[in-house]
Design a protein around this ligand. Structure first.
Ligand code: PMV
Length: 329
């Protein structure tokens, strides 16, 4: 048997300021609306893919443990799509780890599928544009498309597979804002976002949320570009509230908040009224991402640590693009 072809990639998770919730096309995972995000520095998934000239020998090692369950199926459903689209033959050995604990309030699917895409494509000896990589990563997890480019990123809806990709609109150093993550619960969430995307249209509010998304995105992007925290805070909180209103009014309803979640949201608004540059946004879970000016991060971190119901606080600034790494370094 010939030597396997291997490559290792790293990608950061990202936090969305304008959220993706619901698909216009479930098969291609074309989103109902465009979204905006920031990559999270210091946190990453690192993935090695090796392709072998042998059938039926796919394997996955996740955080040091062999996996043949749900994660295996999700990874290889995705790699089957890549094999088909890119004419890759043979089996894959995938080894992946996160440098942040699963369930620590940071979605790992974005960094996982971004790193997996870059490693799998490179191990197959292919060189694709950032745009093509981002579109492919989207097929694994929508938000993974946004973990391919650097810094502040926009993911376009698109009408076709090729058109639905994410692109950087400002580098990581553009604006000194950080995500101070208040971890409320480290339990695994009961409804994964994939199912939530499917039920989004059962909410009467989804059509209105989607209709207003382009305007919110334009406001948010312009606030980021002009570093206008006040405008940014208002639209980021509104967009997160709208997504959670859709979740709560879907059938069946999805309630991700826990009592401390609401308490922290309340506090954040109070701290802002008192002069701190801070606002909140929440993904499909109870943890609160407090986005704040870097200068205020210490104060926000300390204030969060003093609240009851918060098990952990993590801080991450704006991160770079998904990259290949030389594991022999
Ligand atoms: O990429 P997914 O399928 O995990 O969906 C992400 C959904 C949210 O995190 C709630 C919003 C977003 O835009 O990241």
């Amino acid at each position: 048997m010939s030597e396997p072809h291997s490559a290792t990639a790293r990608a950061h998770p990202n936090i969305a300021f304008i959220k993706y919730w619901g698909n216009a096309n479930d098969n291609l995972r074309l989103p109902a609306n465009a979204s905006l995000s920031m990559n999270l520095e210091g946190l990453y998934t690192q993935t090695t893919v090796s392709w072998f000239d042998r059938p039926d020998a796919d394997s996955l090692i996740l955080n040091g443990q062999p996996d043949t369950g749900a994660a295996f199926r999700r990874v290889f459903n995705f790699l089957n799509l890549l094999r088909e689209r890119l004419n890759i033959t043979g089996s894959a050995r995938v080894e992946s780890f996160n440098n942040f604990p699963m369930g620590a309030g940071i979605a790992s699917s974005a960094s996982s599928f971004a790193a997996l895409t870059l490693a799998a494509v490179s191990a197959a000896g292919l060189q694709l544009s950032e745009r093509a990589l981002s579109a492919l990563a989207r097929l694994g997890s929508g938000s993974a498309s946004r973990s391919i480019p650097a810094g502040f990123v926009e993911w376009f809806t698109g009408q076709t597979h090729e058109e639905s990709f994410a692109e950087s609109f400002a580098p990581p150093g553009h604006w000194d804002i950080v995500d101070v993550i208040a971890v409320v619960s480290s339990e695994h969430k009961s409804v994964i976002s994939q199912e939530g995307h499917h039920s989004a249209n059962t909410s009467d509010l989804q059509a209105a949320r989607v209709a207003g998304a382009p305007e919110r995105l334009a406001i948010c992007k312009s606030a980021i570009l002009s570093r206008d925290f006040e405008q940014f805070a208002e639209v980021v909180e509104r967009d997160s509230n709208l997504m959670h209103a859709v979740m709560m009014t879907s059938r069946p309803p999805l309630f991700y908040w826990l009592p401390p979640t609401l308490m922290v949201m309340e506090q954040v608004r109070r701290w802002r009224a008192d002069g701190l540059k801070v606002c909140y946004t929440l993904d499909a879970g109870p943890n609160i991402h407090c986005i704040c000016a870097k200068d205020d991060a210490d104060q926000v971190r300390q204030a969060l640590s003093a609240l009851s119901g918060i098990s952990e606080v993590r801080v991450a600034g704006a991160g770079g693009a998904a990259v290949l790494v030389d594991v022999n370094d």
